[in-house]
Design a protein around this ligand. Structure first.
Ligand code: UFG
Length: 328
């Protein structure tokens, strides 16, 4: 019988791509999503959508009792660094308190295996680049603190209740599939903002700071394709089946600056993308690049999208077809 996976946030950007892959591989998938940031149109492949909020324990309990999943993949979260400074309680509520409800209901229903969308934001300002999983974790913004706090909660629940977890620490999720792409409101992520210029929706890009200790002074990030992230989730199920817990970085191991992204986007789109330097954005480390060795060793994971231009090409294709996101 096919294994059944409950996917929180499965109508969101990374979650929806993962759901599509799981359905291709014939897993049964139930999505639990409150559609606050997710899109009904992003639910594909015959996955079942149960609309509900992680704050609503009664609804969660009903969904677990009805569907009896084998595993949980937990994507649903608030995920904007800037917003997390203005409204930290929202972040602790969604990413810790409501996520704790999920774990509690899982244990009540004897579901003891979860894959968690963590973030490179748990490390804070890195002590070295590339960063490996055992490096110090000193998150510098409330978003990263909530992701680390939930990782700690999972560790404590492993000790107390035998709950096995794989925390996948994504670097910068990017790109699109033919059907599924990035549609946030408001959009704050670099690649979709840059692509709004050739779409005629923005006049130019603001570069947040050019005085970082990086080769061109702008922040360096490790952009990893959303389909590669999805593949890593499927591989991580193997760790849970072995009754193990792990913390794993997901990145390409290559860093690109904000200016690199703008230049690559000009090349991909064939359009000029004007930019101007603005002050630094709060909570941005200078450089975040994954040491991706553990993902290769433990998951057998090798990203198939290793070139920034190819990643941007996939995003460009989707944004051209959906200039206003899923509303189109
Ligand atoms: N940037 C600009 N101009 C913009 C938008 C972004 O210069 O208009 C810069 C940012 O300052 C940063 C880089 O582009 O240096 C990338 O910014 P993103 O907002 O696209 O992504 P982040 O690096 O902030 O991503 C971080 C973590 C992720 C985490 C995410 C949550 O790296 O792990 O925050 O939103 F998931």
């Amino acid at each position: 019988m096919a294994e059944k996976i409950l996917v929180t946030g499965g109508a969101g950007y990374v979650g929806s791509v993962c759901v599509a892959l799981l359905r291709e591989k014939d897993y049964e998938v139930v999505i639990y999503d409150n559609l606050s940031a997710g899109h009904r149109e992003a639910v594909t492949g015959g996955a079942k959508l149960e609309v509900g909020d992680l704050a609503d324990r009664a609804r969660l309990t009903e969904v677990f009792a009805t569907h009896t999943p084998d595993f949980v993949m937990h994507f649903a979260a608030s995920c904007l660094v800037g917003e997390s400074y203005h409204d930290p309680i929202l972040y602790y509520r969604n990413n810790v308190a409501n996520a704790a409800n999920l774990v509690d209901v899982m244990i009540e229903h004897d579901v003891r295996a979860i894959i968690f969308s963590s973030s490179c934001a748990v490390y804070g300002e890195p002590v070295r680049v590339p960063m490996t999983e055992d490096d110090p974790k000193n998150p510098i913004n409330p978003y990263g603190k909530t992701k680390l706090t939930f990782e700690h909660l999972l560790e404590d629940c492993d000790a107390a209740h035998g709950l096995k977890s794989v925390a996948l620490r994504y670097f910068n999720a990017a790109g699109a599939t033919d059907e599924l792409g990035e549609d946030h409101d408001p959009e704050t992520h670099l690649i979709p903002i840059v692509l709004k210029v050739p779409l005629g929706l923005l006049d130019g890009v603001e570069v947040f700071g050019d005085d970082y200790p990086t080769p061109d002074g702008t922040c360096v990030r490790d952009y990893v394709h959303v389909s590669d992230l999805a593949a890593a989730h499927e591989s991580a199920l193997g760790i849970l089946r072995q009754g193990k817990s792990e913390r794993i970085n997901l990145g390409n191991g290559n860093g690109f600056s904000v200016l690199d992204v703008i230049r690559a986007s000009e090349h991909v789109t064939g359009k000029n993308i004007p930019s101007k330097v603005s002050p630094r954005r709060r909570g941005d480390p200078a450089a975040l690049v994954a040491g991706a060795g553990k993902a290769a060793d433990v998951l057998g994971w090798q990203p198939s999208y290793t070139s920034l231009e190819t990643i941007i090409e996939t995003a460009w294709k989707w944004h051209k077809e959906h200039p206003h996101g899923y509303r189109d």
